[in-house]
Design a protein. Structure first.
Length: 273
C-alpha cells in the first residue's frame, strides 16, 4: 500500500538510526516498520486488502464467533504488550484441534489480527475453488506445499516482508495424545531472519473438546481457552534452535499457568510437555 512504502532515499538513514539504537531490538514492533515494507505485488496485495479484511471481520467476529461460542465455552486472555505490536509478526501456538486456527484468529485483538494469514495445505484447500474461497475469506489463507514441489516456497517470508503477520503451528500437525510435541525451528528462523517478533499463544482444552478424529466439539459446550503471551524477539547471537526452545517454553508456561483456571483441577499427574 502506498502509505507503507518508504522513499528509497530514506532507507539508509532509517537503517543507520535503527543500528545506533540498542533499545530498538527490544521493541515489540517489527524492525520492518521503521525500515519500510516491501511493495505489494500481484500475489501479496490481496492479503492486505481492506475490503477483504472488512468482510473477514464480519465472518470471524460475527458469524464464526457465534458458532464457536454456541459449541464451546471460550475464554481469551491477552498479555498487555500484545496490543503494542505494530506491523507483521509470527503467531506461534500449540496445535490441539481444528478449533485452533479460528479461535486464535477471532481471539487476537483486531488491530493485530486484521491481516493475519494462515498457511494451509495447498493440495487439500487450494485445488478446489470453494475450499480455496472459504479459507481465503475466513483465514486470509496462503498455500503451503506438502508434495515437495516447492511451488510456494518462500511465500511466508514474502508476506512478512509485505507487512502481513502469519500464524504457524510449529508441531507440524495436530496433537494425537493431548501432549505438546517438539517445535520445529522454522518459525524462529523466519521471524529472526526477517526481523519480526513472535507472539506465543497456548490453546488449553482444545484437545479435550475436539480430539483428532472428531469433526465437531463434544456436546455440553466444553471449556476451551486461548492465551496470548508477551511478544518475543530473538536475542543477539541466539541460534534459531535456542530461540525456538525459548518460545516453546513460553507456550508451555502459558498452558500450565492457565490450565486449572480454564479446565479445573487436574485429575491425574501432570504430563511432561
Amino acid at each position: 500500500m502506498a502509505g507503507n512504502e518508504p522513499e528509497k532515499a530514506d532507507k539508509p538513514a532509517k537503517a543507520d538510526r535503527t543500528a545506533q539504537n540498542p533499545r530498538h531490538d527490544q521493541s515489540v514492533s517489527s524492525r520492518l516498520r521503521s525500515l519500510g515494507w516491501d511493495p505489494l505485488d500481484e500475489d501479496t496485495r490481496k492479503y492486505r486488502s481492506r475490503a477483504r479484511a472488512a468482510l473477514r471481520f464480519v465472518l470471524q467476529r460475527g458469524l464464526f464467533r457465534g458458532l464457536v461460542r454456541a459449541n464451546v465455552t471460550q475464554t481469551v486472555t491477552t498479555a498487555r504488550r500484545v496490543k503494542a505490536v505494530r506491523g507483521p509478526f509470527v503467531l506461534v501456538a500449540n496445535h490441539t484441534s481444528h478449533l485452533d486456527a479460528p479461535m486464535l484468529a477471532e481471539g487476537l485483538p483486531w488491530a493485530q489480527a486484521r491481516y493475519l494469514s494462515t498457511g494451509v495445505a495447498a493440495d487439500y484447500f487450494f485445488h478446489v475453488w470453494y475450499k480455496r474461497l472459504f479459507v481465503r475469506l475466513l483465514f486470509n489463507a496462503y498455500p503451503i506445499d506438502r508434495d515437495g514441489s516447492r511451488k510456494n516456497s518462500g511465500f511466508s517470508r514474502r508476506l512478512l516482508r509485505s507487512g502481513v503477520p502469519i500464524l504457524v503451528f510449529p508441531e507440524g500437525g495436530r496433537q494425537k495424545t493431548g501432549t505438546m510435541g517438539e517445535f520445529k525451528p522454522g518459525a524462529a528462523a523466519l521471524a529472526s531472519s526477517v526481523g519480526v517478533p513472535i507472539i506465543p499463544a497456548a490453546l488449553v482444552g482444545g484437545y479435550e473438546a475436539m480430539p483428532k478424529g472428531r469433526s465437531w466439539p463434544k456436546p455440553g459446550r466444553p471449556p476451551v481457552g486461548v492465551v496470548f503471551g508477551d511478544p518475543m524477539m530473538a536475542r543477539d547471537g541466539e541460534s534459531v534452535v535456542d530461540y525456538m526452545e525459548r518460545v516453546r517454553a513460553a507456550v508451555v508456561d502459558l498452558y500450565d499457568t492457565n490450565y486449572e483456571q480454564i479446565l479445573g483441577p487436574r485429575t491425574g499427574p501432570r504430563e511432561e510437555q
